[in-house]
Design a protein. Structure first.
Ligand SMILES: [Zn+2]
Length: 345
C-alpha cells in the first residue's frame, strides 16, 4: 500500500482544472452512472476479471470525491491518442496528456471492493500474488485446490483432434463502457451479441485484456490476449480467448484505448454503437476447447473455454499503451490434471 500525501491547494486546483477539461472533452466521453447489467450472475460470477456490482455514482459525487479525497497521482503517464484510428480519418495525430494514478497499490480500497465484488485485495505479484490467492479468503479456496483451473498450456502433441462444431458469433454494433478495474481494462458491452457453441446460446457480457497472454501454446505466450466473456441464461460462462501478437494496429482496440480510463475504478462510456466485435474476430476460426475456470479470484470452475488458434495483430504502440498500465496481469498456467483439450479442425 502506498502512502497518500494530502493534496496541496495547487494540486487541488490542477485536479479541478483537469476535471473540467475532462468534462468539456465532449459528449463522447461520459462517466457511466449506471451499474453494469452483469451484476446478477450467480455462479460463476459473470466476470473473469471480477466485475461485480459497483454502486452508481453521480458525476457530481465523483467530482467531489476526486477533489476531496482522490489519490494523488503517483506517476505521470502520457497517453498518445491517434485521432486517425479512433475516428476513422487521416488527420494528424493529436497528443493529449493526462495524469494517472499508478495502478499499483489500490489505494482506493473501498471503491476497489465494490468494483471487484470481493472484499479481499489480490495482485499478480508479491505476497498477495497467484500463489497466495487460495489462502486470501475461504471463497478463493478453489484457486488453490481446484482441479480444472485456468489458464493452461496447450501442447500440440496431446490435443484430441477432431471435427469442428462451428462457432456461431452473432455480433452487432453495440454500446460499451470502458472500465479500469485495477486488474485490467475491461469493456462492459450492452447490445445484441451472442455466441452459439456446444448447443447453447451465450450472450456477450464483457471483454478484457491480459499481458502477456495467459494461455500458452507449447510453453509460449503471446504479447497479449483478449477474453470475451459470454453467459447463458443459466449463468454458465463461455469465454473466447483471442491471442494478440505484434503487427498492424487493430481498429477496435484503438477505439477501446481511446476511451481507456487511466485511474483505477474510473469508467468511460463509449459513443453509441461504436463497438463492433466483428472487427476483432479472425477469419480462421479453428479453435481449442476445454473446461476451465475464471483466471482471477474466486477462480470458479465450470467455464467453457474456447481459444482461437489464429492470433490477431495489434500494434506495438497499442501493446505499450496497455502494458504501461498493466505490465503483467497474467495468472501462471495451471495443471491440466488429465483434462481433455479438443482441437477443432
Ligand atoms: Zn481474462
Amino acid at each position: 500500500m502506498l502512502s497518500r500525501p494530502p493534496l496541496s491547494l495547487h494540486q487541488r486546483q490542477g485536479l479541478r482544472f483537469a476535471l473540467i477539461c475532462a468534462l468539456a472533452f465532449g459528449a463522447a466521453i461520459a462517466y457511466a452512472a449506471d451499474p453494469p447489467p452483469t451484476t446478477t450472475a450467480k455462479k460463476p460470477t459473470a466476470d473473469i476479471s471480477a466485475t461485480s456490482a459497483s454502486s452508481a455514482k453521480e458525476v457530481g459525487a465523483q467530482l467531489r470525491e476526486a477533489l476531496g479525497t482522490s489519490v494523488a497521482p503517483q506517476k505521470k503517464l502520457t497517453i498518445v491518442v491517434s485521432g486517425k484510428a479512433a475516428a476513422n480519418r487521416s488527420t494528424p495525430t493529436t497528443v493529449k496528456s493526462a495524469r494517472a494514478a499508478a495502478v499499483v497499490g489500490h489505494s482506493q480500497t473501498t471503491q476497489m471492493q465494490s468494483v471487484h465484488g470481493g472484499d479481499v485485495h489480490w495482485t499478480y505479484e508479491g505476497e498477495k500474488g497467484p500463489q497466495a490467492w487460495g489462502r486470501l479468503k475461504p471463497d478463493f479456496n478453489v484457486c488453490a485446490i481446484g482441479k480444472r483451473q485456468s489458464p493452461i498450456n496447450i501442447d500440440d502433441g496431446s490435443t484430441l483432434m477432431g471435427p469442428a462444431e462451428p462457432l456461431l458469433f452473432n455480433y452487432t454494433p453495440s454500446n460499451g463502457t470502458v472500465l479500469n478495474n485495477g486488474h485490467t481494462i475491461q469493456v462492459e458491452v450492452q447490445g445484441d451479441n451472442s455466441l452459439t457453441v456446444r448447443g447453447g446460446r451465450y450472450r456477450l457480457v464483457q471483454f478484457h485484456f491480459h499481458a502477456p497472454s495467459e494461455e500458452q501454446f507449447n510453453g509460449k505466450r503471446t504479447a497479449m490476449v483478449a477474453h470475451l466473456v459470454h453467459r447463458n441464461d443459466e449463468g454458465q460462462l463461455a469465454v473466447v480467448a483471442l491471442l494478440l501478437e505484434p503487427g498492424a494496429a487493430n481498429p477496435l482496440i484503438d477505439k477501446v484505448w481511446t476511451y481507456m480510463p487511466l485511474e483505477v475504478n474510473d469508467r468511460v462510456r463509449m459513443p453509441r454503437e461504436l463497438l463492433n466485435l466483428n472487427e476483432l474476430l479472425p477469419i480462421d476460426q479453428r479453435y481449442y476447447q476445454f473446461m476451465g475456470s475464471l483466471t482471477t479470484p474466486p477462480c470458479t470452475e465450470g467455464v467453457l473455454w474456447t481459444v482461437l488458434r489464429q492470433p490477431l495483430q495489434i500494434s506495438p504502440a497499442q501493446i505499450k499503451l496497455f502494458t504501461q498500465l498493466y505490465p503483467n496481469n497474467a495468472r501462471p498456467v495451471q495443471a491440466l490434471n488429465g483434462r481433455p483439450v479438443r482441437e477443432a479442425q
